[in-house]
Design a binder for this molecule. Structure first.
Ligand code: CS2
Ligand code: MG
Length: 408
């Protein structure tokens, strides 16, 4: 089966997405997500200007060979742009192969290892009371696992807290919110005082059962993260995510010395090499890499297999800036992967779902990728064309007391 064409579709149904469509001489078409929030056009160009010319005429069934060709052949290896582009090609080729076999993608990976994919919801609020209400609302929707993020007293804008608006579902949160990076103010002291109070209120409201998660979003130093982990131990979190920037692996050893709160890292990682030391030294409990930013299904399987040797479980990233194509492919991976942990579930908007019709479903805290051949996600290019690209950036953080540029 030969690749005869490939198109890069950039659209913005409320936020930007980049989708790669690969066509074959047998009429089968595959889709891959190539969205990199805030740097979308870099990946679109990497694909259309540099990758697509190399794909035409290749055998679509040779997924591994094409992966190696694009990874080794680039010379300049790794990085979010390169690996998102490779991921899009890989995902589209797995979609095609599964369609050619007439099977849902998870069957090609090894079949289902579980009856459904446990997901976690996003509950956020401007203060503790509003956040508790949102956690209870998601508990009532059947979620077994809920992430809680709230505003911090004394800080104007904080990661993970949506702006209440008439045209978006309650709690909707889109971080890429401006045509130039918006500036948030940050105070570690105010956050460290507040976070334990938030979880004391949430845990007492929901009881012992629900899994509670929290995303620190890279904003603490290692010792501050260690302190937060200790302070949160009474509330038994499922995980504390991105407690400190993960460039320095040794930082996580310090966190481990002080707290048993489980740690999740990896949504900004893009190859197994980023993950390797944290997994091998058992400094994390969940690896957050997912299909779109970590080289596709082919590479994500390698990361999961390494993690399984150290009892590290998967916890794929699943924010709304990863398209439904990524969500669909990830759910097939999640249904198969033996060391599955949890899947993030931030429902897309109705506009986005109209662009990307899909077979996956949610019910009572679990998702399922569906049984249609392939990964089960398509693109309506006519609807996509109604939403042209609109430049948008992720925010930056500045220390409130002196304006030092900080981690967002
Ligand atoms: C967050 C993301 O969902 C998460 O865990 O870290 O929302 C992240 O902020 C965005 O994906 C960045 O584009
Ligand atoms: Mg995160």
């Amino acid at each position: 089966m030969k690749i005869t064409g490939a198109n890069v579709v950039v659209c913005c149904p409320g936020r930007n997405f980049v989708t790669l469509e690969i066509e074959t001489d047998e009429g089968l078409v595959g889709l891959g997500d190539a969205t990199l929030n805030g740097r979308e056009l870099a990946v679109a160009s990497y694909l259309s200007d540099h990758v697509v010319p190399c794909l035409i005429g290749r055998d679509a069934h040779r997924i591994e060979d094409i992966w190696q060709y694009l990874y080794r052949g680039a010379y300049w290896r790794r990085g979010p742009v390169t690996m998102s582009a490779i991921a899009a090609v890989d995902t589209a080729l797995w979609d095609i192969k599964a369609k050619a076999a007439g099977l849902p993608l998870y069957q090609l990976l090894g079949g289902a290892s579980r009856t459904g994919v446990m997901v976690y919801a996003h509950a956020n609020g401007r203060d503790i009371d509003e956040t508790v209400d949102e956690v209870l609302r998601h508990q009532a929707l059947g979620y077994k696992a809920i992430r809680a993020q709230s505003g911090v007293p004394g800080l104007d804008k904080v990661y993970g807290v949506g702006k209440a608006s008439a045209d978006q579902p309650k709690g909707h949160y889109e971080p890429a919110d401006a045509s130039l990076p918006s500036e948030h103010d940050w105070s570690t002291e105010k956050y460290l005082r507040h976070a334990p109070r938030l979880f004391e209120a949430v845990r007492s409201a929901v009881g012992d059962e629900p899994h509670l998660l929290h995303d620190v979003h890279h904003r603490l130093t290692p010792i501050e993260a260690a302190r937060l982990g200790k302070d949160l131990e009474p509330y038994r979190l499922f995980w504390m995510e991105d407690p400190t920037p993960a460039e320095n692996t040794d930082a996580f050893r310090l966190i481990r010395q002080h707290t048993t709160t489980p740690v999740a890292v990896g949504e900004v990682f893009n190859t197994i090499w980023d993950c390797k030391p944290l997994i091998e030294q058992q400094l994390i409990d969940y690896i957050r890499t997912t299909v779109v930013h970590a080289g596709g299904i082919t590479h994500l399987r390698r990361i999961a297999d390494l993690a399984s040797l150290y009892q590290v479980r998967t916890g794929c990233h699943g924010a709304t800036d990863l398209s439904p194509v990524c969500m669909g492919a990830a759910l097939h991976f999640d249904l198969w992967v033996p060391n599955f942990g949890i899947q993030e579930h931030m429902p897309h908007s109705a506009e986005t779902d109209a662009v990307f019709p899909h077979a996956y479903t949610y019910a009572n805290g679990f998702m399922h990728p569906g049984e249609v051949p392939g990964h089960g996600v398509t693109i309506d290019k006519a609807v996509a064309a109604k939403y042209p690209y609109k430049r948008a950036y992720l925010p930056v953080n500045r220390q409130q007391h002196d304006g030092t540029l900080w981690n967002w």
